[in-house]
Design a protein around this ligand. Structure first.
Ligand code: SF4
Length: 474
């Protein structure tokens, strides 16, 4: 009987089965940032422990960093304290740190792949929910809490419950104007935010096979929003081509040996799954969230649901979301006015995301009352975008072009919504208060849809913008 990638990677990293029934799993790569680590390092100090494998541990700053004025000390004393603590901890424990002065700095889930640290067949941990991003490479990547960060720092191991595997096949062809973000929002809409509890999601099918690594990262990034502990794509030639030549990738003979190992850990053709879902990619249209979790979404041509349309028991959740959002059930989502447009976050701040947004923005102006910002995921993405002139397209249109960081995804920095503002956002969470204002409202969508909304001043179908630009070019 064949094995899934999850089983193969799990077996290869099992240290032992604990008396609790959990598996003690060796972690190949530990990514560290400023928010979830201060207490973990403090506990190591208290106990007189060291970091077990500093060579497998890498730190960056992303959540709290300002994306405009990065002069030290930061204006926010709490941000300054976190930054200083990470600097001290990395110095004391021998962990490399990519701080704001380093060209490798950026969002932790952007820089890991970019540097070639993220590789197929690895186990990866990071104190951030969206660590599932790294699964795009065929790694098994866990978002962990502060006490688990301490465990990994001290022992390079985690105690974990076994997972079931659900294979999600997306087949066919995506329509123009439909992107990886729409695919994952559609998956979450269909399976629910709790549908993946207890599962690893294996993404497959012809749509996923044709995707770039950036697109696969967008899909895997939001696995956690569907309740799955991890999400992954089997490694293939696209994966291997992406990794080759990156700073931390194996070189020469070692790369050839790694290529064989990476291919061998893909799920076997006769692997047995706990569940299988098949989705026709051609049915997916641009998706927009209307509520307060990523499952509460509709296609852009559709209407916001009413409590009376909900299956039994679902009306209360719709009612709560509509009340918070100030929306009417039955109203079309298209035409919803926006105040802020945000292109960024570990879901959608890579070079291809910026290219897609710039293609929509080129030759247009941001609507007069909309604040629009583009926040590249890393200093390397920013530099690459500038080499292509993307920053000029954005700034000419009225977007702000910022430094690398999490920015308005989480708003633990100066980039925040104010009051009841509505933000068209390429990030991953639309929870109440997520973007900094307790009453602020978030509409999740693809970077291209954010760009289209910025120009129109309201939610619009990006396909109409693409059609119009195409007609004008003829
Ligand atoms: S961009 Fe958002 S989700 Fe991603 S690491 Fe930063 S705060 Fe977390």
């Amino acid at each position: 009987m064949g094995k899934t990638l999850l089983q193969k990677v799990w077996d290869a990293h099992t240290v032992r089965i604990l008396p609790t029934g959990q598996t003690q799993l060796f972690i190949g790569l530990h990514l560290v940032h400023e928010v979830t680590t201060p207490q973990a390092f403090d506990e190591l100090r208290l106990r007189g422990w060291t970091v077990r494998y500093p060579a497998r541990t890498f730190a960056t700053v992303d959540h709290i960093v300002p994306t405009r004025d990065t002069a030290r000390p930061f204006g926010d004393p709490m941000a300054e304290a976190m930054m200083s603590a990470l600097e001290r901890n990395c110095r004391d424990f021998g962990v490399p740190l990519y701080d704001l002065s380093h060209h490798n700095q950026g969002i932790v889930h952007v820089i890991g792949p970019e540097l070639g640290l993220t590789q197929p067949g690895m186990t990866i941990a990071c104190g951030d929910s969206h660590t599932s991003t790294h699964g795009a490479f065929g790694s098994v990547a866990f978002g962990i809490g502060t006490s688990q960060v301490r465990d990994v720092l001290a022992s390079q191991c985690l105690a974990l419950e076994p997972l079931k595997v659900r294979r999600i096949e997306v087949n066919g062809t995506l329509a123009r104007g439909v992107y990886a973000k729409d695919v994952i929002l559609e998956i979450i809409r269909r399976l629910g935010v709790k549908g993946g509890v207890g599962f690893a999601y294996e993404y497959a099918g012809s749509v996923v096979d044709r995707m770039s690594m950036d697109e696969r990262m967008t899909i895997c990034n939001m696995s956690i929003e569907g309740g799955a502990r991890v999400g992954y794509v089997n490694p293939d030639e696209t994966t291997i081509r992406y990794i080759e030549g990156r700073p931390f990738a194996p070189q020469g003979e070692a790369f050839e040996r790694a290529r064989v190992w990476w291919k061998s850990i893909a799920s076997d053709a006769d692997a047995v799954y706990d569940d299988r879902i098949v989705i026709d990619g051609s049915e997916i249209e641009p998706v927009v969230t209307w509520g307060i979790n990523p499952e509460q979404s509709v296609g852009v041509s559709q209407r916001i649901p009413s409590p009376k349309d909900a299956p039994s028991g679902g009306g209360a959740a719709i009612e709560e979301a509509l009340t918070f959002m100030g929306f009417d059930g039955g109203a079309p989502i298209a035409g919803t006015p926006i105040d802020v447009a945000f292109v960024g976050s570990c879901t959608n701040s890579r070079l291809t995301d910026l290219r897609e947004a710039a293609a929509i923005v080129r030759g247009h102006r941001v609507a007069p009352r909309v604040k629009a910002l583009v926040v590249p995921g890393s200093q390397a993405v920013r530099a690459a975008a500038e080499r292509e002139g993307l920053h000029e397209i954005f700034t000419a249109a009225g977007f702000e072009w910022r430094g690398a960081g999490c920015s308005m995804c989480l708003a633990m920095n100066p980039d925040r919504l104010e009051g009841r503002q509505i933000c068209a956002s390429s990030s991953n969470r639309n929870f109440k208060g997520r973007q900094g204002s307790p009453t602020g409202r978030t509409l999740l969508m693809s970077p291209a849809m954010v760009a289209a909304a910025a120009i129109a001043g309201e939610v619009v179908d990006v396909r109409t913008v693409l059609d119009r630009d195409l007609a004008a070019a003829r």
